[in-house]
Design a protein around this ligand. Structure first.
Ligand code: ATP
Length: 439
């Protein structure tokens, strides 16, 4: 049986995200700022974990990919060469009846306004460039224009030569980057799915031209598996190759990793076989040779590029939706985020059974022993059952309860989030045990 989208999940996850400090509407005390969000105490932890999990798979666990952190501000020449100034546009239409704006290519029916239902009320489509433009220094105008990057990818192409010369890598090799990108989206929405300011995780993999197809297939598989490894149910995930009419002119193949969001299948990541388009364009516009000299063949060539491009903020939302569950414990409803332990904001919560001073030193000792290794919460307020529920709701995989017996036997109770199984463990054994279970 194939999975179906659950429409009620959207509100549940958005409410939980706000209530528990994952994601807040930005500038809320001033009435909010449309489709802009801040990541709260738990959201910042989880977003970091998503980015770390990507970095671990793409950089740390490999010897053929290196990292980069390039500038966000960039001169028009970059975007002239990349084609963004001319082509990074969406078709914009206005409804003459209700004056709402839409992206023509995202409308279910290009003749009917989804906001007021009017038929044939749209203006002619205008191409709208999505880049944010500003100026550097005190003077505005020509010669001072700069752009906020709409993708992180160009930083990798601009530094291709620098990395090649300093890293001793040779094709096939990649450059990876995680960071903010900005797009003046016509219709941001669906919570953090589409925002004007967001974070991307992108990698450009430079390969000998003859190996491009095989590396494209390789990265499609790798990236699909990454989401599964971090706990997304295979029924909620698919790899969708683009039809020929969806491909950009330079791409010989693109596939999207798609997630079944409450509104249907939608993109988490695109993997594209970009040919030599990017390096050739920048070589032409900058006058630099952006090639690799192959000593074995004695020839220069322009590497082809395979690009897996994912969104960190969008992916965090997908992980939240995939993890959200409601079950029943002793006749009481429980909300639980079944997050992979590497993605959960806290890995461990230390909970002294009562607020009595006698328990505090031992509970604090446990907390201090574990915090250098894991992100831990410490919570001593309210009944223990309610504290367990609170941790379940934010996805904490393990709770440790310190009780009065702990003072005698130097042992504590560990409770696992999903099975709720409890076991008694010596304080001295906690670190090796968690090192194994939270690896
Ligand atoms: P879309 O068709 O949804 O506008 P895209 O195909 O233009 O997206 P890419 O340019 O391939 O997206 O960007 C790579 C990834 O960056 C996307 O798969 C997505 O996860 C993320 N991303 C792109 N635009 C946004 C946005 N406005 N808000 C949040 N994430 C985004």
């Amino acid at each position: 049986m194939s999975a179906t989208a659950d429409a009620s999940l959207f509100d549940k996850v958005v409410n939980l995200a706000k209530r528990r400090g994952f994601v807040f509407p930005s500038a809320e005390i001033y009435g909010g700022f449309r489709s802009t969000y801040d990541y709260g105490p738990l959201g910042v932890l989880m977003l970091r974990n998503v980015k770390d999990a990507w970095w671990r798979a793409m950089v740390q666990e490999r010897d053929d990919v290196v990292g980069l952190d390039a500038a966000i501000l960039s001169p028009p020449a970059v975007w002239e060469a990349s084609g963004h100034l001319a082509n990074f546009t969406d078709p914009l239409v206005d409804c003459r009846e209700c004056h709402e704006r839409f992206r023509l290519d995202k409308l279910d029916d290009p003749d009917v306004c989804p906001s007021c239902g009017a038929k044939g009320s749209f203006t002619e489509a205008r191409q709208f460039n999505l880049m944010f433009r500003t100026h550097a220094g005190p003077v505005e105008g020509a010669g001072h224009e700069v752009y906020l990057r709409p993708e992180t990818a160009q930083g990798m192409f601009l530094n291709f030569k620098n990395v090649l010369e300093t890293s001793r890598k040779k094709p096939p090799f990649g450059i990876a980057q995680v960071g903010k990108s900005f797009r003046n989206e016509i219709t941001p929405g669906n919570f953090v799915f589409r925002t004007r300011e967001f974070e991307q995780m992108e990698m450009e993999f430079f390969v000998p031209p003859g190996e491009a197809d095989q590396w494209y297939e390789y990265w499609c598989r790798e990236r699909h598996e990454w989401y599964l490894r971090y706990g997304i149910n295979p029924e909620l995930l698919r790899l969708r190759p683009h039809d020929a009419d969806e491909l950009s002119h330079y791409s010989s193949g693109t596939s999207d990793v798609e997630f079944l969001f409450p509104w249907g299948w939608d993109e988490l990541e695109g993997i594209a076989n970009r040919g030599d388009f990017d390096l050739t364009q920048h070589a032409k516009h900058s006058g630099e040779r952006l090639e690799y000299f192959d000593q074995t063949s004695g020839a220069h060539y322009v590497p082809h590029v395979i690009e897996p491009a994912a969104g960190a903020t969008r992916t965090m939302m997908a992980f939240l939706m995939a993890a959200y569950a409601e079950d029943e414990v002793n006749g009481e409803a429980r909300t639980v985020l079944r997050l992979h332990h590497r993605l959960a904001p806290y890995q461990i919560a230390v909970l002294p059974l009562s607020k009595k001073d006698t328990l505090t030193p031992v509970a604090r000792e446990v907390f201090t022993r574990l915090t250098p290794h894991f992100m831990c919460d410490y919570d001593e307020t309210q009944a223990i059952g309610r504290r367990y529920r609170r941790q379940d709701e934010v996805g904490t995989p393990f709770c440790i309860t310190v009780d009065f017996e702990s003072l005698e036997d130097r042992a504590v109770t560990i409770r696992e989030r999903d099975s709720m199984a409890q076991e008694r463990v010596q304080i001295d054994d906690l670190l090796p045990l968690f090192r194994e279970r939270l690896a």
